[in-house]
Write a protein that binds this ligand. Structure first.
Ligand code: C5J
Length: 222
């Protein structure tokens, strides 16, 4: 499969060796009352990408390729949340504190679930990650290795935090990675724009970007 419209140049991959990695499309980031809003952000920006993400997920599932969902989630005892992480952000409502959708960023709480529109299907990989990157303290690399995956297509939130961190981790581990431009969002438009530029700069120094329409057109030909 070739995404000719990818930047900075065409992105080629074999579906049998590719995974769609969906970063942190959780109620905590996208709905009012979660972690994102406690940090003072307007969460409606993130909700706007859900239809594009849904379309890609449906087409990817139809093609029968690997789907990986991640959640930024801490254990209920917060033993995997360093004080340095908990101590930053909103002083009034920190990770682990009770919020309108349960404890903020804690596994199993209502706010920590993936939004219903993108809910994982039985059998799809769902990884809880205590860091911003999807590889840190998770079995992701082993799981991709077992399945012979070499190419990763990313979508999710937020562009410059968990998505970018995960793509950089992937790049350092030898994966070719592409970010779907209209399937990722930031609370800060300038940060999203800068991240897309950074990823594809200097001959794809971190990876590629492409509009989801380019991928959908290729998947439709499968
Ligand atoms: C943040 C994330 N922004 N999923 N998490 O704290 O990007």
């Amino acid at each position: 499969m070739t995404l000719a419209r990818a930047q900075p140049f065409a992105f080629r991959f074999d579906l049998a060796h590719a995974a769609l990695v969906i970063i942190d499309m959780q109620r905590d980031f996208i709905e009012p009352g979660g972690f994102g809003q406690t940090l003072g952000n307007d969460v409606r920006r993130l909700e706007a990408i859900v239809p594009a993400c849904r379309a890609v997920l449906a087409a990817w599932r139809q093609a029968g390729a690997l789907v990986v969902h991640t959640r930024e989630a801490h254990r209920p005892d917060l033993s995997d949340c360093p004080p340095a992480k908990r101590g930053r952000g909103a002083p009034t409502l920190r990770i682990g504190d009770p919020g309108p959708m349960g404890r903020i960023l804690v596994a199993g709480e209502p706010g920590n679930q993936i939004i219903p529109a993108l809910a994982p299907l039985a059998g799809e990989v769902v990884l809880d990650k205590p860091g911003k990157g999807a590889f840190y303290a998770t079995p992701l690399q082993a799981l991709l290795h077992e399945r012979g995956i070499s190419h990763l297509l990313f979508m999710g939130v937020t562009t410059e935090v968990c998505v970018q961190t995960s793509m950089r981790e992937a790049n350092d581990r030898g994966y070719d990675a592409l970010l779907l431009e209209d399937c990722t969002e930031s609370y800060f438009p300038a940060f999203k724009a800068a991240t897309l530029e950074m990823i594809r700069a200097q001959g794809a120094i971190v990876g590629w970007t492409a509009p989801s329409a380019a991928l959908l057109a290729e998947l439709a030909r499968c």
